[in-house]
Design a protein around this ligand. Structure first.
Ligand SMILES: *Cc1c(COP(=O)(O)O)cnc(C)c1O
Length: 464
């Protein structure tokens, strides 16, 4: 299997090289040259398998010959063994043909563990084989950072540097990053927004001299391997609930468009999906795009669901590339226009192809609190603010006669105790594995919102 860049000017790469490269050299994102498909027989053969085995089967064709099948099976087994729930991604029924899939039983209590726990192992495997080291740089609006740190801490071939917007992540999220004391972990608190942090990471990758001298690599959701790992739980939900005979609507609380793009990829592989519901908070660039056809950058406003406080959804570029019939030059033109003017519009045909599948819903903080309260009353389940947005958006768009709804619950409610308490008067408790978090020592370096200052800081901390 080979991968091509969404901007069409970087060389096609193998899985191993795409894993280590993250962003393509032309500024684009890698996508598979073609989509592997699952046959009816493949779906049926997965019934009753453990989550890790389903995941290995879904991922094998994307990895191709880059890795021995037995190695991948072993890595997925190890990855999903660290999850706290026997089912790994348990489903609970909330209504007629309506389910919630809990993706928060990993080490940092958010769905990002599904991909990042595997990525840490994939990186170590490939780098050890090649005798190389990398410096992983990432930006986080909350959950990515801790999940990436947890996946990379103590690994010999990796340094990890995570930028977060100072004061704009929850205390639990911050502490999950800053209390990790392994010497290969470096936290930087930037005086700015998540988008500022993400722009800096992008700029570091576009600074070829810096990128090469530091051996930079990314585990942000631009990394193809993350999308790949996330495809697995869409397929697992489908298999558990009757695919390929039944059709599905997935509802996904969305920020960078990585998670919901994995759903799109599952559909490309043959999972019957009639609709992908994109839930957003007040930072609703995607919902506005689906309504108006114009992608218009706004200002980021802080909300109860900080992991979705994003105005530029990087992974959307992958969907653009496919909607524009894999025309890299057209993608590049749109993205450059977007960077310059803060807006782009799509021609009618690709726009229609996107609207035929994706539907957007926005919930502001008031509606989010109301959703947490209403869903608690309806189902007894306590949902974190991100998950509540996804479930509420899904319920609004779902027709139970046509398909089965699966709403993805992306974080454990105890990561956002203040929001939950304000909504329902109950303070959710952190699970056992995070006991002691709130009193541990923290380590973090503050930095101004300035690229050169952050680069100097990284040079001083990481010796390639
Ligand atoms: C990252 C995150 C999201 C957004 O996912 P994307 O892949 O960026 O769209 C939603 N909810 C939670 C809890 C997250 O951590």
């Amino acid at each position: 299997m080979r991968y091509v860049s969404t901007r069409g000017r970087a060389p096609a790469l193998t899985f191993e090289d795409v894993l280590l490269a993250g962003l393509a050299r032309d500024g684009g994102l890698y996508v598979p040259e073609e989509w592997p498909t699952l046959s009816k027989a493949d779906f049926k053969a997965m019934r009753g398998l453990a989550y890790a085995e389903v995941a290995a089967r879904v991922m094998q064709p994307f990895v191709g010959r880059a890795m021995k099948a037995a190695d991948l099976v072993q890595m997925t087994a190890e990855t999903y063994a660290v999850f706290d729930h026997a089912a790994v991604a348990p489903l609970s029924q909330i209504g007629r043909n309506q389910w919630v899939m809990e993706l928060f039983h990993g080490p940092t209590l958010a769905f990002k563990d599904f991909a990042l726990q595997l990525l840490g192992r994939l990186f170590d495997h490939v780098l050890t084989k090649r005798g190389q080291r990398v410096c992983i740089v990432g930006a986080t609006s909350g959950d990515t950072g801790s999940a990436a740190i947890e996946a990379c801490k103590g690994r010999k071939s990796i340094d990890i540097v995570i930028l977060h917007p100072r004061g704009r992540v929850s205390e639990v999220q911050r502490r999950q990053m800053t209390t990790v004391m392994d010497s290969n972990v470096h936290n930087i608190a930037v005086e700015g927004s998540f988008d500022d942090c993400q722009d800096m990471v992008k700029a570091m990758f576009n600074d070829t001299a810096f990128r090469d001298s530091m051996n930079l690599s990314a585990v942000n959701s631009i990394n193809w391997a993350r999308i790949m790992a996330q495809i697995a739980y869409y397929v697992a939900a489908g298999v558990a609930l009757g695919a390929p005979e039944r059709s599905f609507t997935f509802a996904v609380p969305t920020g960078n468009f990585g998670n919901v793009f994995a759903g799109y990829a599952a559909r490309k592989m043959g999972l019957p999906i009639d609709k992908l519901v994109v839930g957003s908070n007040a930072n609703d660039i995607l919902t506005r795009f689906l309504e108006t056809g114009a992608m218009t950058m706004g200002r980021v406003v802080p909300t109860l669901s900080p992991s979705m406080d994003i105005q530029v959804s990087s992974n959307f570029e992958r969907l653009l590339f496919l909607a524009l019939a894999r025309n890299g030059a057209a993608v590049e033109k749109l993205m450059e226009g977007f960077r310059a003017s803060g807006e782009f519009r799509l021609p009618a045909k690709p726009l229609k192809s996107i609207r035929d599948l994706f539907e957007g819903r926005r919930l502001d903080d008031g509606a989010t609190r109301a959703a947490i309260k209403g869903l608690h009353k309806l189902t007894g389940q306590i949902l974190d603010p991100h998950s509540a947005i996804g479930v509420a958006a899904g319920l609004e768009c779902h027709d139970y006669k046509r398909s089965t709804l699966v709403a993805l619950a992306t974080a454990h409610p105890a990561k956002f105790p203040d929001a939950i308490e304000a909504a329902i008067g109950i303070r959710p408790q952190l699970p056992e594995r995070l006991a002691g978090l709130m009193t541990k020592e923290e380590r973090c370096t503050a930095a101004p919102n300035k690229l050169s200052a952050v680069q100097d800081l990284i040079r001083s901390k990481v010796k390639p």
